[in-house]
Design a protein around this ligand. Sequence first.
Ligand code: GCW
Length: 720
Amino acid sequence: MAWLKLIAFLFIFNLFYSEIFAQNINTSPEDGYRMWLRYEKVQDDDLILEYRNNLKGILLTSTSNIMNSVREELDSGLSGLLDTEIERKTKVDTEGVLIVGTPENSKIIRSLNLKSELEPLGNDGFLIKTKKIKGHRVIVIAANKDIGLLYGTFSFLKLLQTYQPINNLSIISKPKIQCRVVNHWDNANRSVERGYAGISLWDWGTLSYYKDPRYTDYARINASIGINGTVINNVNADVRFITPYFLERIAVLADIFRAYGIKTYLSINFNSPQLLGGLNTADPLNPDVQSWWREKVKEIYSYIPDFGGFLVKADSEGQPGPNTYGRTHAEGANMLARALEPFGGIVMWRAFVYGDHQKDRIREAYDEFVPMDGQFDDNVILQIKKGPLDFMPHEPFSPLFGTMPNTNTMAEFQITQEYLGNAYHLVYKGPMYTDILNSDTYAKGKGTTVGDILEGKVFDYQLTGMAGVINPGNARNWTGHPFVQSSWYSFGRLAWDYTQNATELAEEWIRMTFSNDEDVVEKIKEIMMVSTEAAVNYREPLGLTHIGTGSHYGPAPWSDRSKYFHQANEQGIGFDRTKTGSDAIAQYKPELRDKYANPDSTPEDLLLWFHHLPWSYQLPSGQTLWEALVRKYYKGVDEVEQMQKDWNNLEGRIEHERFNHVKALLEIQKRDAVQWRNSCVLYFQSLSKMPLPDDLKTPQFSLDYYKKMEKQIPVPVLKP
Ligand code: GCW
């Protein structure tokens, strides 16, 4: 019996042990929680010595809110990276002091006479320079305002996190865009529309009693990439967000964010005067409605004195708006803008409108808003989705960029992966953002990119901005798929400076998030850069769009909506947007219009966006359209397989937890990529009746099988 007892004991111990072990992994510091702010000890002996020699002490004086954030970040960052405590200095009495200050809050900075260098840097810019003070070599982080110092601090820490030399520094940086904003689609019940990473971060139940440290970490993450605004609730807005219960709690968040230079904004429901105020109209020209909003805005500012303003989705997808009352978007936006103006608030008015009355839904935003150019107040900025349709994996830039010279315009990008495999697929979106930002609008001749327009370089905008729809929830790693973090990172960095290169941003992110091992960096970079292309290839190549299921996750080329967008039939495929079709090409400047008018001069990746072509159409490459399309689908799956192989080769070089997580997610991605490819290829083949090229493997299952599969992948879709 004794041996039986022993076995039972060992069995139970083993259960316990594995439980403890599992918990250890889950709470390990490598679970992704720290995002790119890990501050792991520098692994290179020479480098850590160089860093320690240059960083013997820190000198910073002010105790403002933001300066406290600077101090805390430097303390935790440097003690982690250098694995040693750094002395606090009050004067420069040795080599290697880091001095952080503005001419206002630091006598030493004042004495350096940096006026001419600082002047062009505005409120947010900073410089990081090696200087000599009293014969000692020091590093100076200087700015005009405290917030510039916070950005400078994160930038300085990044140098160490990415193993850059700091012996002789001369860095100057300032943002090209004013409003660098993240948008949450969070609902009052804590569901997150298109979120996929758990429930909302904002715990309304505990908020005024408990300040979850996560709120501060959230602010740090954003500030570290230059984000200075957050819209904390869904554009499909719940009116309750502007009632005292919520405002009291939102004020707590705003206090936390303020210490990181982040302004709080709210999405509002245009019918609030009716829904909350008991008025019988929300007509923007009605004096009672106007005064209701003025009072409401005053009340909001009594809770949040530096409140940023409103984001509005109006007359779009069932949301109320001024059109209901026979008024224009400009009249609606200006009414709100005038209530906010005395407090310095702004209105971000979305241009995402479409309806059934247009033959081509993508034309609508342009047709509706361009005639209103010049009618919006100065504190309104039109928030335009990056493409004319939605957040498609690939589409051209919205023709509104460059056609509104007298209306402030900003771009909206999506970080959450609504159309890109939710939190299951690895898709680095940096290249998708730069593709749009670098697109030439020809607004004032060749060389006026979307980025230039957004910067306000082309037209004289009063406000400039970029918004990114992010998805963080209470998932331990914030974003669900660890690589969604990389899109968040690149979005923020591009909002700061849209001329940056997506490959370089990927590298920065990898070094800070995973490893500085050159080989690991190169491999992950390859995976990320291929991921962008693969995601389009196995889903919607050659300019196809919106051929997924209602949940926007899996493929459904046979659905009615998809048929509208791909227009495939026995003869051919693609949406004719030339003169013979919807003539949406007319919304672009002549240079682009001419280029897009002809399939041979249309870039291959936008071919079926602009043209309906026969399956046997000969492409300049010599392939038929059918063959090119099919080959793209197969290439997409091959690319995912390659990503899997490359990742699996990293085993042992990335800590176990994240390695396994991504490995498993890539298996899911492979499964889905095959499903996308086979569904689309088989469906289009049922129309084209063209054979598959000999070297491509025929899908194992039939089209009917894949049609049934559509219902089988359960993906939670949280709608408000
Ligand atoms: O792409 C669509 C999404 C909706 C979203 C809408 C929008 C918030 O499917 O979930 O609603 O865009 O951007 O308003």
